[in-house]
Design a protein around this ligand. Structure first.
Ligand code: PLP
Length: 421
């Protein structure tokens, strides 16, 4: 009997024994190509030859200090790197936490507090989209339009998802008009921020809006004194072929949540980034953001994340994300032409989504299992116009993937689909 709780309580999970590069080896010695980077996390792949010695060495230096007692060089330097890579150097301050959900919660609290300090304490509510996933904690889940993850807790959640316009099919005018209508209905005096994932991950199979969307949504928000929070937990730090997903729209947010690729699977770390305009009134007012956790700004996690970003920069990995992203997308499109069950292939960089025919119930779960049997890991997502079809697959391998490994991924995906379809 196992004393450890895993997601499915009645399933037996094979144990991972080791992992190197884009491969994970299980307890029986079988190899799997990590086509999902775990949960879209392991951007540098596994056992990175520059990262491991760095982490081991760092352990001898400093393990933990509590953030209300000491600062650390590691957190300072990570915040500086994040500032430098942010679009137009907009994100001048970082608040470190341990998970994407915490980063989103901290973003919500920062927005509420910002308005309090500006003398507008009634601005406490949020607008989010119908198709979204922002995290599993109660605040972040309240923002999320992921019906399957919400339904059991509906009674304890706020109903923040209110924008239903289709990101691909509806016009920009319709999308903007809907935002204006929702603001009018709730009342701008009640709304702290609009929250959105630049490219929707688990709740949208890599769907994203067209050109002009974020610039205009942000403009409408600012016209109504509403902040714009970007949830870049999945899209951030190179995954879409830019440092930040919003750069595809030539814009930036007021507050940003990042996670996943920040620690790249080597250390649990996430962060809430913000502009100087957001922090300044809080600094001048109460002088404290009422958020944070025991392990916030853990020196080893910060040092590791700093090294992750250095490696992404020095090894030009974002260029490889663009290159291999295009290569994999074309490969998936070729599979789509052959296999009628694929309805859509989309995405940016190495955040690719495949939507299967929703009429073929159970196909998604079968495909993920068949890929697993064939030594390939892919990640489930929901799709369809309402975001309720369990027909999405995310293909999100590590940034270091080579052409040969991308070929192997495509071959395994094609084979698995043929075997079950
Ligand atoms: C866009 C987005 N936001 C937030 C989260 C929550 O992050 P975490 O699982 O690290 O709490 C996720 C996780 O999948 C995510 O994809």
């Amino acid at each position: 009997m196992s004393h450890n709780i895993q997601p499915l309580l009645n399933k037996h999970y094979l144990k991972a024994r080791s992992a190197t590069g884009v491969y994970i080896t299980d307890e029986n010695g079988k190899k799997y190509l990590d086509g999902s980077s775990g949960a879209v996390t392991c951007s540098l792949g596994h056992s990175h030859p520059r990262l491991l010695p760095f982490m081991k060495q760092h352990l001898d230096k400093l393990q933990f200090v509590y953030r209300s007692q000491f600062g650390s060089e590691e957190a300072e330097s990570l915040a500086t790197i994040l500032f430098e890579v942010s679009p137009g150097k907009a994100y001048s301050h970082s608040f470190f936490v341990n998970s994407g959900s915490e980063a989103v919660e901290t973003a919500m609290k920062t927005a509420i507090q910002y308005w309090q300090e500006k003398g507008k304490p009634s601005k406490t509510r949020f607008i989010s989209r119908w198709k979204s996933y922002h995290g599993i904690t109660v605040g972040a889940l309240s923002l999320s339009g992921h019906p399957l993850r919400r339904q059991r807790f509906e009674g304890s959640l706020e109903k923040y998802p209110s924008l239903k316009a289709d990101l691909e099919r509806d016009t920009l005018e319709r999308q903007m008009e809907e935002l204006r209508q929702v603001i009018d209905k709730i009342g701008a005096s009640q709304i702290a921020a609009f929250v959105a994932e630049p490219v929707v991950g688990a709740a949208g199979t890599a769907v994203s809006p067209g050109q002009g969307y974020y610039e205009n949504m942000k403009r409408i928000c600012h016209e109504h004194e509403i902040l714009f929070i970007a949830d870049e937990v999945m899209t951030g730090l190179g995954r879409t072929g830019r440092w930040f997903g919003l750069e595809h729209w030539n814009t930036s947010a007021d507050i940003v949540a990042i996670g996943k690729s920040l620690g790249a699977g080597y250390a649990p770390i996430a962060a809430t980034l913000m502009t100087n305009e957001v922090l300044e009134p809080i600094k001048k007012g109460s002088g404290l953001i009422m958020a944070g956790h025991t392990y916030s700004g853990h020196p080893l996690s910060c040092a590791t994340a700093g090294k992750v970003l250095e490696i992404i920069k020095e090894e030009h990995l974002i260029d490889n994300v663009v290159k291999q992203g295009q290569y994999l997308k074309s490969g998936l499109e070729r599979i789509q032409e052959k296999q009628g069950v694929i309805q859509k292939v989309r995405g940016k960089g190495l955040m690719l989504g495949v939507e299967l025919d929703p009429a073929r119930k159970g196909l998604q779960a079968k495909l993920i299992e068949q890929c697993f049997q064939n030594g390939l890991l892919v990640y489930p997502a929901v799709g369809g116009p309402e975001g309720t079809d369990e027909n999405g697959i995310l293909v999100t391998p590590p940034f270091i993937i080579t052409n040969a490994e991308a070929d192997e991924l495509l071959e395994k995906f094609d084979k698995s689909l043929r075997e079950i379809a």
